[in-house]
Design a protein around this ligand. Structure first.
Ligand code: FE2
Ligand code: FE2
Length: 326
């Protein structure tokens, strides 16, 4: 299963030096950044280096990933914890109570209109599903927004994230049973680095028509060209900052290139779910037809017909779950 970082220094992060101490790889320049740096002028490299430092500093100012998600994950990983403990996490936050009840009563969970209390929802839905509901409710606050710098419509990243999470859980059910919740959270958050980069992209993209095309979403290569870092790398760093399990960090870091992940199951699942979502028209990365990286179908033991079936299931599930967020 997936281990959490136990580094005792990880909690003591109060500034940039703390970040660099915590994330030694922050002071290294990524391979791709080196490649781009070699191609660009020296002043571009310096500018990128300053920008990347600014972006990394911004992680300190970010609100913590809703603490409730981390608390729920900890509770779920604790063999001595039970449904009552999860229910208590929800009941301590009135906004969360309303959202969880709305979700529990959505068509997706098949018990529409029957759930009137968190205790009742817990009994009907069970430990794992209640844990996923907490993750989903808290993440929707983070992801349900417009990203103007990326040229994404108000619901684009939210629908892409939610559909990817549903597809990721389905794939994990088939190939990595027992890891459905981890797949769900990686699918849900794989592109959340765009939220972190958005303010930097908005300020950098003005007048950068030589870098950005006239229209269409900003790609990861354009992120690197403009900012010196892409959304997958920055979100992986943020998740380490928030002390997510390392397997989830890796899944998010390599969701565009799972072959570089040293066989991370979650990276393959995240990549496939991202592509399935794009194929179904819930994209937020590019207008081009999405393609699975070589070897992904083999790794996940899927046939092309399985992919079509998973995509259909994902679309149906998205429709039945989305009503709860309207
Ligand atoms: Fe992505
Ligand atoms: Fe994606």
């Amino acid at each position: 299963m997936l281990n959490r970082s136990t580094d005792p220094e990880a909690v003591d992060i109060s500034g940039v030096s703390g970040i660099i101490k915590f994330f030694p790889n922050l002071v290294r320049v990524s391979v791709r950044t080196i490649a781009w740096g070699c191609m660009n002028k020296a002043d571009d490299t310096t500018r990128h280096s300053h920008l990347k430092s600014d972006i990394l500093r911004s992680l300190v100012k970010l609100p913590p990933m809703p603490q409730v998600i981390l608390k729920a994950r900890e509770t779920m990983a604790n063999p001595n914890a039970g449904l009552r403990d999860l229910a208590r996490i929800i009941e301590n936050d009135q906004a969360l109570v309303a959202k969880v009840l709305s979700l529990a009563n959505s068509a997706y969970y098949g018990i529409s209109g029957q759930v009137s209390s968190i205790q009742h929802a817990s009994v009907l839905l069970g430990f794992k599903t209640i844990g996923d509901l907490i993750t989903l409710s808290a993440s929707s606050v983070l992801l349900n927004r417009e990203l103007k710098g990326y040229r994404l419509a108000p619901l684009a990243i939210w629908r892409h994230s939610l559909s990817s999470a549903l597809a990721a859980r389905k794939i994990a059910e088939r190939r990595f049973p027992g890891n459905e919740s981890d797949a769900f959270i990686v699918g849900l958050l794989h592109d959340a680095g765009k939220i972190i980069l958005e303010p930097f992209l908005s300020s950098r993209s003005g007048g950068q028509t030589d870098v950005l095309p006239a229209q269409g979403p900003v790609t990861e290569m354009q992120e690197i060209e403009l900012l010196g870092v892409d959304h997958a790398e920055i979100m992986a760093l943020a998740c380490r900052f928030w002390r997510f399990p390392e397997a989830q960090v890796k899944g998010i870091r390599f969701h565009h290139h799972p072959a570089q992940s040293s066989q991370s199951a979650l990276a393959y699942v995240a990549h496939a779910s991202h592509v399935l979502s794009q194929r179904a028209g819930f994209g937020c990365a590019t207008n081009e037809a999405p393609v699975l990286e070589d070897g992904v179908l083999d790794f996940l033991e899927l046939q092309p017909t399985d992919v079509d079936e998973l995509q259909q299931q994902m679309i149906q599930e998205l429709e039945s779950l989305e009503e709860a967020f309207r």
